[in-house]
Design a protein around this ligand. Structure first.
Ligand code: TRP
Ligand code: ZN
Length: 882
């Protein structure tokens, strides 16, 4: 975080990387834990690597004692300044020990050792990634210093009955004065960011697991007593993740115990600490009464993600934080593959690409744009971004596609084997994948170093005489912050050609002897290249970038009828959906430009209405096909962004669809789906709920009055949170007065259930229009609202600022000023959270003039303040550049 006082703001550059001057061979940590104060005694076995003094990071620590080889040092024998403790020593080895005190209950930033929950009931835990360990003890807090850890915890037994740290258990017992101790030994060398401890009153569920290579592992999931009965789905997901990693990658778990702990006080989603994963409760707890289907899928995905880090991140870690995507992009990719295997693969792909477009594309199009491997940073916490995670995963996927299934597996095997126990780089990764396959992947490195989303334009020309189809592909990446000149990248384009009756043609490229399969991948390796297909009987419709084979924006001038053909016939589930998205985009343009009866509008509504009546389409896919791009994505289609206008046009388009399908057909479908309502969690149950939600939304546009009693009835009789929340949201948009009573009912029913209340805050934070800001301000007065809890802040303030464009971007700028105020208050408590919320200002420069001016005034004013954290200052300074 932010150290307003002791740490200077410096730019850290990849080009300045130097290996550590001292290695840590072993570290022994002893903790005497208390809520207000904890003492940490660290003993480091240090080995010299270069002719430099020992330098240890430490921030916010009260130094009680420092000794070298058993000799206590006096004040003049070390330097402590700007968060660094420096000691010069002779010789190549020494034992350095420190004793420090820290104050957990005062730690509102949730970095280092802190208290979750109340003083009398809460528990202690740690969060060290990226640089939290230096808030616990003096240490070379960088990921390329790997060490074995022995950790001893001591605390009052009644207040802290459970004591946990990463590694295998190595004894426990009672002490005098009602205290007890427990020791843990981690035999796998690890960097400090993977250290964790937990202490307090926690319950657990447990399961025995035997790995494919025969190790017996005790799995434990820990949570506070009131939520321990909501951990079963996480345990189930964990076991499936462990099996999957054995089967898909041959990776086995490597300790005798694996702990997972849930906390309500966490800055991010979850953390892969070795042997002791810690989760934001939002991504661990699940039960039908308080969780939606989406949340079940998130739990499954995040449990898998953190577990997969045990190999991609922990056994092989990152040399420095510039390589963050080496573990995060790869682990997101592994999680996406797992989730695709557990659920519907095309739906998972649709969801992931939609997220990339909604979150990463806007990031990459503005002043926060950075390469998947950044070349510099001032605050590393601000680089846990959609670019590093989601775009990083797309890069791994591209390379995996290049190598093919078996080649990728061979490459991953070599990567794990070659770099086990090491801190690696992106180059190491590409080299291992390439070496295992005898190919050179270094051209893909350019993707890691170049920011911005490439535009891929495609132009097809059909020559009837020669029965030839020439496909010209061109790429161009717009300049981005600090990178004016862009290079051509290898862009794999998976494609098929459809003829007019919707069949995919066997493909023969110029110079080939015979036609092959009806799908293939061509790679665009230069700014421009033309691919010539032979024996093409009639002008084809190209299906390009199938499965989203590269993270680019495709610019291809399709006629509405061509997109409608792909929407009907494309066998690639992703491209079928994407054809619908592109067609809906054209329909949006027509509607906006005053042509609600234009060809694209008719083509989209007719095609989608046709699919609505097609019984062969899966309910969940149909739900996706019924949904045009969201308001946030559509913003990109507007030269001057006016969120109100975007919403009005989108709603108009949806109404046109609803009318084309017809309210009778919608109502009949709704009732058929509703008759099967249950709390089941099978794919079919979830798909029905998802479709029902879309149908109810459409019905509310075609027949508002008719939809209100249905929504009320659905709320009252809902057997699941998904149905309950969907009904509440539709009702609140359609007839706000009719939603008052159910909203009050929900608030009371879930009083004390933090995660359910977060959804109650978030559902209201999303309600569009003029009244939104006043509604948010009233909700801030709810006794359950607090700026101290990151989930609550995200639910109300984050949701409003990020997913309520009409509410946040009100024309008078009042919401901008209100957010600025809240950011200052949040920053004083938790800089990481403040910085994340502040990214809502990204994109201000492309707003229409009145809003632009209002937003800019607020951002410039905030950016000029001198009393904010490094985290928030860094985001503001970059966002202000526009
Ligand atoms: N490594 C975590 C992950 O799996 C991310 C994370 C958790 C994190 N807590 C954090 C990053 C705190 C920065 C700060 O994705
Ligand atoms: Zn991760």
């Amino acid at each position: 975080m932010s150290d307003r006082s002791d740490t200077p703001t410096a730019v850290i550059r990849l080009a300045d990387y130097r290996p550590p001057a001292w290695a840590v061979q072993h570290v022994a940590l002893e903790f005497d834990l208390g809520i207000d104060r904890a003492e940490v005694h660290a003993t480091l076995e240090l080995v010299r690597q270069a002719d430099e003094p020992i330098r240890l990071n430490g921030e916010g620590l009260e130094l009680l004692e420092l000794s070298i080889d058993g000799r206590r040092l006096g004040d003049g024998e070390y330097i402590l300044a700007h968060g660094v403790l420096e000691v010069g020593v002779e010789g190549d080895r020494c034992t350095l020990s420190t004793r420090v005190a820290v104050r957990p209950a005062e730690n509102t930033a949730f970095e280092g050792l802190y208290l979750s929950g109340s003083r009398d009931k809460g528990f202690l835990l740690t969060q060290c990634e990226a640089e939290g360990f230096r808030h616990i003890t003096f240490y070379p807090d960088r990921p390329d210093v790997l060490s074995t850890f022995t950790v001893t915890l001591r605390a009052d037994k009644a207040r802290f009955p459970v004591l946990l740290a990463g590694g295998n258990p190595d004894g426990a017992g009672d002490l005098a004065d009602g205290r007890h101790w427990a020791r843990f030994v981690d035999p796998h060398p690890k960097p400090s960011y993977l250290f964790a401890l937990v202490a307090g009153r926690l319950e657990r569920i447990s399961q025995d697991y035997t790995t494919a290579d025969g190790r017996n592992v005790a799995l434990h999931i820990w949570a506070e007593a009131d939520v321990i009965d909501r951990c079963d789905y996480a345990m189930d997901s964990l076991v499936r993740s462990m099996r999957w990693d054995e089967q898909a990658y041959g990776r086995n778990y490597d300790l005798d115990v694996f702990h997972v702990v849930a906390t309500h006080d966490f800055n991010m989603g979850a953390m892969e600490n070795k042997g002791l994963n810690i989760f934001n409760a939002k991504y661990l707890l699940a039960d039908p009464d308080s969780s939606t289907d989406d949340e079940y899928r998130h739990v499954e995905a995040v449990v898998a993600h953190e577990y997969f880090h045990n190999w991609s991140g922990n056994r092989v870690t990152c040399r420095d934080w510039f390589q963050l995507s080496l573990k995060e992009g790869l682990t997101v990719f592994r999680e996406q593959s797992f989730s695709a295997d557990m659920n519907s693969a095309p739906l998972k792909r649709i969801e992931d690409v939609a997220l990339l477009r909604r979150a990463q594309f806007p990031e990459d199009a503005g002043p926060l744009s950075h390469p998947v491997r950044p070349s510099q940073y001032t605050e590393i916490n601000n680089f846990y971004t959609a670019t590093v995670y989601e775009k990083g995963s797309e890069l791994v996927r591209m390379i995996a596609g290049h190598l093919g299934h078996d080649g990728f597996r061979k490459g991953m095997d070599l990567y794990f084997e070659r770099h086990d126990g090491q801190a690696a780089t992106i180059e190491d990764y590409l080299k291992a994948l390439g070496d295992a396959n005898g190919v050179d992947l270094s051209s893909y490195l350019a993707w890691y170093g170049q920011a911005g989303t490439p535009r891929l334009s495609a132009e097809g020309r059909y020559d009837a005489d020669k029965r030839r189809y020439r496909l010209q592909l061109r790429q161009r990446t717009p300049a981005s912050a600090g990178q004016p000149d862009k290079h051509a990248l290898p862009v794999p384009v998976r494609l098929s050609l459809f003829n007019q009756d919707g069949t995919a043609l066997p493909l023969r490229l110029e110079g080939e002897a015979a036609a092959g399969a009806n799908e293939r991948t061509v790679v665009l390796n230069s700014p421009e290249q033309t691919f010539v297909f032979e024996d093409v009987a009639s002008a084809p419709v190209p299906s390009l970038l199938r499965g989203f084979s590269a993270p680019v924006i495709l610019e291809c001038e399709y006629a509405p009828a061509e997109l409608a053909l792909l929407l009907r016939h494309d066998a690639d589930g992703f491209n079928r959906w994407d054809a619908g998205q592109q067609l809906a985009g054209l329909a949006f343009d027509a509607f906006r430009d005053g042509a609600p009866g234009g060809a694209a509008v008719l083509a989209w509504t007719k095609a989608v209405a046709g699919l609505f009546g097609d019984a062969s389409i899966d309910d969940a896919l149909l739900a996706e096909l019924l949904t045009p791009p969201g308001e946030i994505e559509l913003v990109e289609r507007q030269p001057e962004r006016d969120p109100e206008r975007i919403r009005a046009v989108r709603q108009g388009l949806l109404r046109a669809l609803a009318q084309t399908i017809g309210s009778d057909a919608l109502k009949a479908r709704y009732q058929a789906l509703h008759a099967q309502a249950n709390a089941g969690l099978t794919a079919a149950d979830q798909a029905r709920r998802q479709l029902k939600r879309r149908v109810l939304d459409l019905l509310s546009l075609a027949d508002a009055a008719g939809s209100v009693p249905l929504a009320r009835q659905q709320y009252e009789s809902a057997p699941s949170m998904t149905d309950r929340l969907a009904a509440l949201s539709t009702l609140a948009v359609t007839d706000p007065a009719a939603a008052d009573e159910p909203l009050a009912h929900f608030r009371k029913r879930y009083d004390g259930n933090a995660l359910a209340l977060d959804k109650w805050f978030a559902a209201q934070a999303q309600l569009p229009g003029d009244g939104a800001l006043a509604r948010i301000q009233a909700l801030e007065d709810d006794p359950a609202f607090t700026l101290k809890n990151p989930n609550r802040v995200q639910a109300l303030i984050g949701t409003f600022a990020r997913v309520n464009p009409t509410g946040f971007h009100r024309p008078d700028g009042a919401a901008y000023r209100w957010l600025a105020d809240r950011l200052v208050a949040i920053d004083a408590l938790n800089p990481q959270v403040a910085a994340r919320v502040a990214t809502a200002f990204n994109g201000w420069k492309r707003l229409e003039p009145a809003r632009r001016e209002a937003a800019h005034a607020v951002v410039a004013e905030l950016a000029g303040r001198k009393d904010l954290s490094r985290d928030l200052t860094d985001i503001l300074a970059r966002v202000a550049l526009g």
